[in-house]
Design a protein around this ligand. Structure first.
Ligand code: SF4
Ligand code: SF4
Length: 225
């Protein structure tokens, strides 16, 4: 999503690249699940997230939508977000807490049940991306995490994403694609924007990916629509 913010207000003020070492490790979150509850409309999913969830869970997009996702409009573009409407009693260290706005993938031990195929935005946290020119840099939103970050990890390792160079290029391509739609949205009629959004939804989300085939090939084919 596009945000105009002062870097110093939301981060440590530094810009990082994928090979930089950053204090990100918190020893498996140690019983904390704060960023998996009540996050409202912040956790949106891109096509690669859907591909990963489809492959990991053996579900199609419509099944994911019925159980775990919801469609929302952000910057004029319709896209899937993680649903935060699960009521869950989490038991940890002998005490129980009831969460009313938990991610549907959070289990009753306060752990992510889709850890291996969790969305990119969950992998990224507490990093964010800043887009500049054709590429992007990373920022550390150090006050967003409830624990003190202790262990330095290279960003590309933290993201646990195969074919990392391809992934980085895809992230930029998707960002610029959405930015173009957002820019043109202001000049479109309501009907034109609705048609564009329906075409985007159909091409990148509703049409299930062939998870036995390479994601990137399918994504760039769909970009031609
Ligand atoms: S707030 Fe920090 S420690 Fe808590 S779940 Fe999120 S990343 Fe882990
Ligand atoms: S997908 Fe997993 S890591 Fe992401 S918000 Fe849901 S439970 Fe948390």
């Amino acid at each position: 999503m596009i945000r105009n913010v002062d870097l110093n207000e939301i981060s440590d003020g530094k810009l990082y690249e994928a090979n930089d070492m950053v204090k990100l490790g918190v020893e498996d979150c140690e019983g904390c699940y704060a960023c998996c509850c009540g996050t409202g409309d912040t956790l949106n999913l891109d096509p690669y997230d859907i591909y990963r969830l489809e492959a990991g869970l053996g579900l199609g997009f419509k099944e994911l939508l019925a159980k775990h996702l919801e469609l929302r409009v952000a910057d004029g573009v319709i896209m899937p977000f993680l649903r935060m409407d699960k009521t869950l009693t989490v038991t940890s260290c002998g005490s129980s807490v009831t969460e009313k706005e938990a991610c549907t993938f959070l289990n009753d031990r306060g752990r992510c049940s889709v850890h291996d195929c969790r969305p990119g935005i969950c992998r990224l946290f507490p990093l964010g991306r800043i887009y500049e020119g054709d590429g992007h840099k990373y920022i550390l939103m150090e006050n967003e995490c409830h624990k003190e970050r202790r262990v330095k990890i290279k960003i590309r390792k933290w993201l646990e994403t195969p074919e990392f160079q391809k992934y980085e290029e895809y992230v930029d391509a998707w960002h610029h694609y959405l930015a173009q739609i957002t820019d043109h949205a202001k000049e479109m009629t309501e009907e034109e924007l609705k048609r564009k959004n329906m075409a985007l939804l159909q091409s990148f989300y509703l049409q299930d990916y062939d998870v036995s085939e390479d994601f990137y090939k399918q994504f760039y084919e769909r970009m031609k629509f």
